[in-house]
Design a protein around this ligand. Structure first.
Ligand SMILES: CC(C)(COP(=O)(O)OP(=O)(O)OC[C@H]1O[C@@H](n2cnc3c(N)ncnc32)[C@H](O)[C@@H]1OP(=O)(O)O)[C@@H](O)C(=O)NCCC(=O)NCCS
Length: 217
């Protein structure tokens, strides 16, 4: 049971919306929200553009991992705005979630070709990246980072982003690295498992242990 005033769960799962059909989908979701009477904002998921880099950087910074861990965030490799802009210029399948027009969440997704292009600029996660690339699986799709702002948590934004990824790649080998140590990122593990992902292996790197999760679809 949720406490009074705690974020309510709308149950609305935003779809993968093209820019042109957003209005009608928005109205449909708005209607569902009204029926449920949650008072929560309206969530939409859309593809990223490089101009989303600043908003993504802001969310990522607020979710920066601070040892030994907190319930706030587990993003170890927060990048600066030019780097997010560069990645968004390469990635063709990343998503942001907007609540009433404001970005509240993001999911950076890279195909293997895109990961190879991005990896030149990623030094600190070499072991994970090299492991993923070393699988030599051209159907592999890497979920590089997911983040939802604190005020938009537990309302299905993360789930909506995960569903958008699955819809975008109906036949793919999904992979992601989730922190297992020094603190297990339990919320992300639950999100992954809820969507059918399983643990493939663990990779120790620079004082961390990463759980490599995967899903074959
Ligand atoms: C992981 C993360 C993206 C999840 O985002 P989120 O939007 O809060 O995720 P969801 O709302 O979809 O799910 C969170 C919880 O709300 C629940 N929930 C969501 N919508 C619901 C609904 N309509 N009805 C009931 N429950 C719901 C989910 O079941 C889940 O519960 P659980 O964790 O107890 O299983 C977010 O916690 C985050 O940004 N964490 C910090 C960054 C991070 O760790 N990133 C991953 C490493 S790269």
């Amino acid at each position: 049971m949720r406490e009074e005033g705690a974020p309510q769960k709308t149950g609305q799962m935003a779809g993968l919306l093209g820019r042109d059909d957003r209005r009608s989908s928005t109205e449909a979701q708005g209607a569902r929200r009204k029926e449920r009477g949650t008072g929560a904002g309206l969530i939409e998921v859309r593809k990223t553009t490089p101009d989303d880099a600043g908003a993504i950087r802001d969310i990522a910074e607020s979710l920066n991992y601070v040892p030994p861990g907190s319930d706030k965030g587990f993003l170890v490799h927060v990048r600066d705005e030019p780097e997010y802009r560069r990645i968004l210029g390469i990635s063709t399948h990343s998503f942001v979630a907007e609540e009433d027009g404001r970005i509240v969440g993001f999911l950076l997704i890279l195909t293997m070709k895109e990961l190879e292009a991005v990896a030149d600029g990623i030094q600190t996660r070499d072991k994970v990246i090299q492991y993923i690339l070393g699988l030599n699986d051209r159907t592999a799709v890497y979920a590089d980072q997911i983040g939802v702002s604190l005020e938009a948590r537990s309302r299905g934004v993360g789930q909506a982003l995960a569903e958008a990824m699955a819809r975008e790649h109906p036949a793919a080998h999904f992979l992601a690295a989730i922190m297992h140590w020094p603190t297990q990122n339990k919320v992300s593990v639950r999100l992954a498992r809820r969507n059918g992902w399983t643990l493939r292996t663990e990779i120790p790197e620079n004082g961390f242990v990463w759980g490599i999760y995967e899903k074959l679809v």
